[in-house]
Design a protein around this ligand. Structure first.
Ligand SMILES: [Zn+2]
Length: 311
């Protein structure tokens, strides 16, 4: 992120994490529209070191979130069960059969594995409150895999483990418990995981889909109605195509996905549960309301593609 230091204005922000008031807001002039963005100002060095992703302007209360999710799930006739609990809240997961019966397509959705990424969990809550949104799918949802991270606003759990790298040989109770349930769930026609990038300049996604990779373009286009699309030719060290990072480019760069030392959730799912998965990334420097709408648009576009057998 480029920061115009001449436009730097002191505006203290309460940061629970850093327990300091040395945080400033600066104008980011790298995008088409200048915008306010949190940065971390190092008073010894005398300049901003990087966007401070601990200083989210938005706080997240996992226990309150779980209450809202469970209320929406009960109202919508979902079967409500729980993974092993965490200190900050329980971890509900939801299952519902399609109105059209068992032969309907099956869909997997998860959010809240990285505690500093809240647009996914909040988008999911909005979707659950729409009674018909998932009605044509046999759906399984894991809304909050990392409550302790969400309570602290950190990517990792309290032991410092990145849960989305813990699916190969789990060290965390959170992911060991998740895998135990996954083993009982069979296969899905498609899966989606909602993430955010704390220094993202626009939305992008990872597409693990050999059959019809065009769906990724449709999803990113839908997200682009709410936040800019990240159009850089390379994102997170992978070649990207209009905000879409393809499986073949990942394999070309780092080898077969099963051989990677650390497995994110998407790799585990693609090895055991689905041929088609998408990981969305919304850009955290943009307003939360827009990021939530971008996530909702992504889920909706994938479900449309699945129901039309276009995936
Ligand atoms: Zn993430």
């Amino acid at each position: 992120m480029e920061v115009d230091h001449t436009a730097l204005r002191q505006r203290p922000v309460d940061c629970k994490w850093h327990r300091t008031r040395l945080h400033l807001l600066a104008i980011d002039v790298s995008g088409p529209k200048p915008r306010w963005s949190p940065v971390f100002f190092d008073s010894k060095k005398g300049f901003c070191v990087k966007p401070c992703y601990f200083c989210s302007m938005n706080t997240f209360d996992p226990a309150a979130y779980v209450r809202d999710i469970e209320a929406a799930a009960r109202a919508g006739g979902w079967t409500l069960r729980h993974l092993s609990p965490c200190a900050s809240s329980t971890r509900p997961w939801l299952q519902r059969t399609a109105r059209t019966g068992d032969k309907a397509p099956s869909f997997y959705l998860s959010t809240g594995i990285h505690g500093d990424e809240i647009s996914g969990p909040l988008a999911l809550l909005e979707l659950l409150r729409l009674p018909d949104f998932f009605r044509d799918f046999n759906t399984v949802i894991f809304p909050i895999l990392n409550p302790d991270g969400l309570a602290r606003g950190t990517r990792e759990n309290t032991a410092g483990i990145d849960l989305n790298r813990d699916y190969r040989d789990p060290r965390s109770a959170e992911i060991a418990g998740h895998i135990e349930i996954l083993k009982t769930l069979g296969r899905f026609d498609a899966a989606m995981m909602l993430h955010e990038d704390f220094e993202g300049v626009g939305a992008y996604l990872y597409e693990l889909n050999e059959e019809r990779p065009v769906t990724g373009r449709e999803i990113i286009t839908a997200m682009g109605r709410h936040v800019p699309i990240d159009l850089r030719p390379e994102i997170e060290d992978f070649p990207a195509h209009g905000g879409v990072i393809l499986r073949r480019d990942i394999v070309h760069k780092v080898g077969p996905i099963a051989e990677r030392k650390e497995w994110p959730e998407a790799i585990y799912l693609s090895l055991h549960h689905t041929d088609i998965s998408y990981t969305t990334e919304t850009p955290k420097p943009f307003p939360l309301a827009q990021r939530i709408q971008a996530q909702i648009a992504a889920v909706e576009t994938l479900l449309n593609a699945v129901s039309q057998k276009k995936t």
